[in-house]
Design a protein around this ligand. Structure first.
Ligand code: F6R
Length: 608
């Protein structure tokens, strides 16, 4: 998705803006651009491609904005790259999100004589502000009026050359203000200014922050209703610099895979006491947990797979019905939601537009809401009745790895916590599972010691163009996630499905060139799974499997297998996904793919 950054202060934008923009690299983009105010004019530079190959020096100045574009409206071109200007070139704008009513606004502005030079939805913004300025409004009023005319999601940075002002407006898309020694920063994510600002102000929807270049830059926040807001408390940014570096790993994804033991430790730290789960974030929410008659989980992509695992865990431990839904579909049905229904939104970024929309729909229908996010202070966290942070640290690789396993750890703790509150599982059973959860970091490290085996399996199988990922019970959800990891970073066709479902059609695809990856690591339904393996073998299909170390019976049936340490069934996804993440990584690396920034993908999907 698009990334936006802005700077206003005593330093030089040519130092800050490219570096800040590079920090947002992980979001995925196809072109980029800058506007710097210099000698009373916008100095614009736009290029197609990646910042890595960008050698030109941008103009010096004390105030500027920049953008990485992930094309939605209009093809990838310099013309469509941001910033976009008003006709009189007074106003420059960068934007993340989608202006849904851009067509009607454009038609109206064109009728008034405005000339558009791009195909983007964004370009209506500078022209709209210009139209209000022409009516005699001041910059602040013109921006406020424009924001009130825009429909859809947006985070905007607007630079006015006449008043030497920069402002950031937020509605639905993320925007954070960074307070640094050398000035004020804006970014779509605090990682953008991590090197220069130690404190941040998270803007709320319907807010505009104005910064003026007058000696020391100062910030004032106004609502879309024009009223000035009380000063907001700045929060310390809790991202250690090293977390945004590769630290010797070839890719962020590999580093993040190997970070998982520490991430699970930090995610569970303070959340287990006397071998029982403790979730302070849910204090005050316990009454609601006890009354819950039904749970609906909304999420997308990898977070959706974590949600499917949660369905399995919660139904088993709470004995209430749980439904998992693609967040993007939820609000376009008529979901039957009552006040004793708890809607749980799962999102690494906490900004995914589809998940946020589903959460809002659930609230509108009177549900209790809860979020599981990796970014504290994110919109989904703020808008939920309660929020639990996964504490995985910043995830830079586009393919989610450590966010997934920490989501599962939190969801397992949540399922156990609810079972204690509701008295639906015995303390002995709960303590046994908690004990196994505590052993996960050590067992993950044991898997990493055998990474060369999975690297070898990946290498010999990287010649295939199609894979089936199969599992039963809780292993099925791990199979789905394994398939997603492989397809998104290697572009190899990979499908996940329940192992027994294969015979209802998909088995027609199996031949010697279509390997099947079986996940049987939970140890459940093994006899049945072995039957499904035989079905593939009988059709000359190659079988690769992820099993637990005690399962020599299944190992005998497979062409290649990888063993993980034995654990409790409900804990097993935390271990069985590791070899599949590594498998996807090594296949993609063997194929020379751009692993951290796969084509067409974006890290934070802030459009519907
Ligand atoms: C896959 C991946 C995506 C995200 C999805 C939801 O590796 O990262 O499928 O899981 O876009 O994002 P969040 O969790 O930020 O809501």
């Amino acid at each position: 998705m698009c990334g936006i950054v802005g700077y206003c202060g005593n330093g030089n934008v040519s130092e800050f803006l490219p570096a800040c923009l590079k920090r947002l690299d992980y979001r995925g983009y196809d072109s980029f651009g800058f506007s710097v105010l210099s000698n009373g004019d916008h100095k614009i530079l736009k290029r197609v491609g990646k910042l890595d190959y960008f050698a030109e020096k941008i103009q010096s100045g004390n105030i500027g904005i920049a953008h990485t574009r992930w094309a939605t409206h209009g093809k990838v071109s310099e013309k469509n790259a941001h910033p976009h200007l008003s006709c009189d070139k007074r106003i420059a704008v960068v934007h993340n999100g989608i202006i849904e009513n851009h067509s009607s606004l454009r038609r109206a502005l064109e009728r008034k004589g405005h000339f558009f030079s791009s195909e983007t939805d964004t370009e209506v913004v500078p022209h709209l502000i210009e139209a209000f300025l022409c009516e005699g409004k001041g910059f602040r009023e013109a921006v406020t009026l424009a924001c009130n005319h825009l429909e859809g999601n947006f985070a905007l940075l607007i630079l006015d050359k006449k008043s030497n002002q920069l402002c950031g407006a937020k509605n639905g898309s993320p925007l954070v203000v960074g307070l640094g020694n050398e000035g004020i920063f804006f970014a779509s994510d605090p990682i953008g200014f991590i090197d220069y600002a130690g404190k941040a102000i998270f803007l709320g929807d319907g807010e505009i922050a104005f910064v003026k270049m007058e000696g020391n830059s100062e910030i004032e926040i106004f609502g879309f209703n024009g009223e000035k807001k009380a000063a907001k408390k700045a929060v310390k940014i809790n991202l250690r610099r090293w977390q945004a570096e590769k630290n010797g790993f070839k890719h962020f994804m590999l580093k993040e895979i190997f970070e998982q033991p520490e991430c699970i430790e930090s995610c569970t730290a303070g959340r287990i006491k006397n071998s029982l789960p403790v979730l302070e974030e849910l204090e005050g929410f316990n009454g609601k947990i006890k009354k819950t008659e039904r749970i609906v989980i909304v999420a997308c992509g990898t977070s959706l797979h974590a949600g499917m695992i949660a369905e399995f865990l919660i139904e088993k431990l709470w004995k209430v019905p749980v439904k998992v839904e693609c967040a993007s579909e939820f609000r376009y049905r008529c979901p039957v939601i009552g006040k004793n229904c708890l809607v749980v939104a799962i999102s690494q970024s906490g900004e995914t537009a589809d998940t946020l929309a589903a959460l809002r729909e659930a609230k509108r229908r009177g549900a209790q809401t809860m979020a599981i996010v990796n970014v504290e202070g994110s919109t989904i966290a703020r808008e939920s009745g309660a929020a639990i942070c996964t504490k995985a640290g910043p995830e830079i690789g586009v393919a989610s790895t450590k966010a997934f396993t920490t989501q599962i750890a939190v969801l397992l703790l949540f399922a156990l916590y609810g079972a204690v509150q509701r008295k639906t599982a015995s303390k002995e059973e709960i303590k046994l599972i908690v004990l196994e959860l505590k052993k996960v970091p050590v067992k993950m490290r044991e898997i990493f010691e055998k990474k060369n085996k999975i690297k070898f399996i990946a290498k010999v199988n990287s010649k295939y163009s199609n894979f089936l990922f199969l599992g039963r019970g809780i292993d099925y959800f791990v199979a789905l996630e394994g398939a997603l990891k492989l397809k998104e970073i290697s572009y190899v066709n990979a499908w996940g499905m329940p192992a027994a479902e294969m015979k209802h059609g998909t088995i027609a695809l199996i031949d010697k060139n279509f390997p099947a990856v079986f996940v049987g690591a939970s140890g459940a339904l093994l006899e049945k799974l072995r039957g499904n393996i035989q079905e593939v073998k009988a059709r000359s299909g190659k079988v690769i499997s992820i099993i637990n170390e005690c399962d020599s019976e299944t190992a005998k049936l497979c062409n290649e297998f990888f063993c993980i340490p034995k654990t409790h069934e409900l804990v097993s996804p935390l271990l069985s996904i590791i070899p599949l993440q590594l498998f996807a990584y090594y296949v993609a690396d063997e194929m020379g793919r751009e692993i951290d920034k796969p084509r067409n993908l974006a890290k934070s999907v802030t459009v519907e």
